[in-house]
Design a protein around this ligand. Structure first.
Ligand code: CU
Length: 67
């Protein structure tokens, strides 16, 4: 089931690439789609959300699951 995250601090394509890399390292099947304008990231899979959120926080992009 796709999941959407609200991710802080995404301001450009370089941020989007760092966010993508951090998520893919934590969840190789996530296939993240980053929307730079809204800061929303859609994940195709998120079997370990805690690990994904921790990886993003560590990379400097604190995130929360979008309701
Ligand atoms: Cu940036």
């Amino acid at each position: 089931m796709p999941t959407t995250l609200n991710v802080s601090n995404i301001q450009c394509e370089a941020c989007a690439r760092r966010v993508t890399a951090a998520i893919e390292k934590a969840e190789p099947a996530a296939h993240p789609k980053v929307d730079v304008a809204s800061g929303k990231v859609t994940l195709a899979a998120a079997s370990d959300m805690a690990a994904i959120l921790a990886a993003l926080a560590k990379a400097g992009y604190p995130a929360s699951v979008s309701p």
